[in-house]
Design a protein around this ligand. Structure first.
Ligand SMILES: Nc1ncnc2c1ncn2[C@@H]1O[C@H](COP(=O)(O)OP(=O)(O)OP(=O)(O)O)[C@@H](O)[C@H]1O
Ligand SMILES: [Mg+2]
Length: 391
C-alpha cells in the first residue's frame, strides 16, 4: 500500500534524520495533536504493533465505562479492554485485514451500548504497519431517536385509522344505548328482560368509553404549558386514580424532595400521566400492597445516554413503584403499544397516552423491575427552573 517515496531527495533526507531531529521542533505540534485527540467528541484509541495501548481518549474511556489508570498507556490493549472482548477482537482484526471495516457497528455486551466504528491501520514512513487505530461513536442515542421516529410514524398511520373507526362507531353505539332504553320501558314487568337490557346498556357504555379514550389518544396533542407544581399534580393524580380503581388496603407513600422546582408542562395532561400510572398500579395490586411515589431532582443525563451535543437541563424524576406481580420481560416490550392489554376490560391505551404526553413534553419514561420485585415507572420531565409558587 502507501509506500514512502524513494526517488525524492527529501525522502532520503528524512531517512537520514530519523525521529530526534524532527521531534524537538515538533513538540508544540505534538502537544496540539495530543490535545486534539483528547478533546475529540468521538472515542479514539490506538494500539502499537506490539499490542500495547498508545492512545485512548476520555470519550473512549466513557463509552467503554472504564476509569483511566496510570499505567494504561504501554500496557497490552487486551488487558486494558479486558471487559470488552468483542472490542479486543475488532482491534486485533485490524492488524490482519487488508481492508479494515469502515462504519461498522458493535454492541458492547456489558452496557448494551451500540458503537459505530471505523478501523484504520497506522503505517510508518516506509509503509510498514506500526499500529491500528479505532474511531467510534456511541450510537445508542441515535438508535433511540430512530426508534422514536419509527414509533411516531406507526402511531400516525394507526391514529388515522383509529380515528376513522372510532368516529364510525360512536353513532351506532349511541343508537344501541337509546334503543335499549326505549325497549326497557316496553317490558316493565319482565325482570329477565330488564337485566338483559341493563347489560346491553352497560356494554354499550363501556364500548363508548373505549371509543372516547381512543379518540383522545389519536387526537393531535396540544400543550398548554405553564408552571406545574409537582406535589399538587401528584396529589390530584392520586385522587383521580382512586376514583378509577379500587384502593382497598393499598398503602400509599409519597416521598417528595423538598423545594422541587415546578415542571414546565401542561398540568391537566401531566396529571393524566400519573393518574394512568397510579390506576395501573392499583389494578396490579388488586386491593393489597404498597405504592411508593418518589419525586427528586434527576441526575445529569438520567434516563438518556450521555450525548455531549445535547445540552444539560434541570429535570425532575418522578417514580411510581408498586410491589405487585411485576411485568414479565416479554410483556415489558409491548406495554406502551396502543391496544396492548392483559386485562379483560382494558383498552390498552393507558400507557400509550402516557407515552404520548411525556413525549410531547420532551420527557422520558421507562419501566423497570426493582430488585425487591414489583414494577417501577420512571418519568423524567424538564423543570421550569423556579418553584411553582415563586411567580
Ligand atoms: N404497575 C403495573 N404492574 C403490572 N403490569 C402493568 C402495570 N402497569 C401496566 N401493566 C401492564 O401493561 C398493560 C398495558 O397497560 P395500559 O395502561 O396501557 O392498559 P390497560 O391498563 O390494560 O388498559 P387501560 O389503561 O386502557 O384501561 C396492562 O394491561 C398490564 O399488563
Ligand atoms: Mg391502564
Amino acid at each position: 500500500m502507501a509506500k514512502a517515496p524513494r526517488r525524492s531527495s527529501s525522502g532520503s533526507r528524512r531517512r537520514r534524520t530519523p525521529g530526534r531531529a524532527a521531534a524537538a521542533p515538533a513538540a508544540p505540534a505534538d502537544r496540539f495533536f495530543r490535545q486534539m485527540v483528547t478533546s475529540m467528541r468521538n472515542g479514539v484509541l490506538a494500539v502499537r504493533a506490539d499490542g500495547t495501548m498508545a492512545v485512548m481518549n476520555a470519550e473512549a474511556y466513557r463509552i467503554f465505562d472504564l476509569t483511566p489508570q496510570p499505567g494504561d498507556m504501554g500496557r497490552p490493549f487486551s488487558e486494558v479492554l479486558q471487559a470488552h472482548p468483542e472490542a479486543v477482537r475488532v482491534v486485533a482484526s485490524g492488524f490482519q485485514l487488508s481492508h479494515p471495516p469502515n462504519r461498522a457497528e458493535l454492541r458492547l455486551k456489558p452496557s448494551g451500548r451500540v458503537i459505530g466504528y471505523t478501523l484504520a491501520q497506522v503505517r510508518d514512513d516506509r509503509g510498514q504497519l506500526s499500529g491500528v487505530s479505532m474511531y467510534f461513536k456511541d450510537l445508542t442515542r441515535v438508535e433511540q431517536l430512530e426508534e422514536r421516529e419509527r414509533l411516531r410514524d406507526r402511531l400516525a398511520a394507526l391514529g388515522e385509522m383509529a380515528a376513522a373507526i372510532a368516529h364510525e362507531l360512536k353513532n351506532p353505539l349511541a343508537g344501541i344505548e337509546v334503543m335499549a332504553g326505549l325497549l326497557r320501558r316496553q317490558v316493565p314487568e319482565s325482570p329477565d328482560a330488564q337485566t338483559a337490557i341493563a347489560d346491553i346498556i352497560n356494554e354499550a357504555k363501556l364500548a363508548n368509553a373505549i371509543v372516547v379514550e381512543m379518540l383522545e389518544f389519536v387526537r393531535p396533542i396540544r400543550l398548554q404549558l405553564g408552571k406545574t407544581s409537582v406535589p399538587a399534580m401528584l396529589h390530584n393524580a392520586v385522587t383521580m386514580a382512586e376514583s378509577k380503581a379500587r384502593r382497598g388496603d393499598v398503602s400509599l407513600a409519597m416521598r417528595l424532595a423538598p423545594g422541587l422546582p415546578a415542571v414546565r408542562g401542561d398540568e391537566h395532561q401531566l396529571t393524566q400521566v400519573f393518574t394512568n400510572l397510579l390506576t395501573n398500579a392499583l389494578e396490579a395490586l388488586n386491593g393489597t400492597g404498597t405504592i411508593t411515589i418518589t419525586a427528586r431532582a434527576a441526575s445529569p443525563h438520567e434516563g438518556r445516554p450521555f450525548a455531549p451535543d445535547v445540552p444539560q437541563r434541570p429535570e425532575v424524576a418522578i417514580e411510581i413503584a408498586d410491589n405487585g406481580p411485576g411485568v414479565p420481560a416479554d410483556v415489558k416490550e409491548r406495554i406502551f403499544n396502543p391496544f396492548f392489554t392483559t386485562k379483560p376490560q382494558g383498552s390498552g391505551l393507558g400507557l400509550a397516552i402516557v407515552r404520548k404526553i411525556v413525549d410531547a413534553h420532551d420527557g422520558q419514561i421507562d419501566v423497570s423491575t426493582p430488585p425487591q420485585g414489583g414494577t417501577r415507572f420512571r418519568v423524567i420531565l424538564p423543570l421550569s427552573g423556579t418553584p411553582a409558587d415563586s411567580e
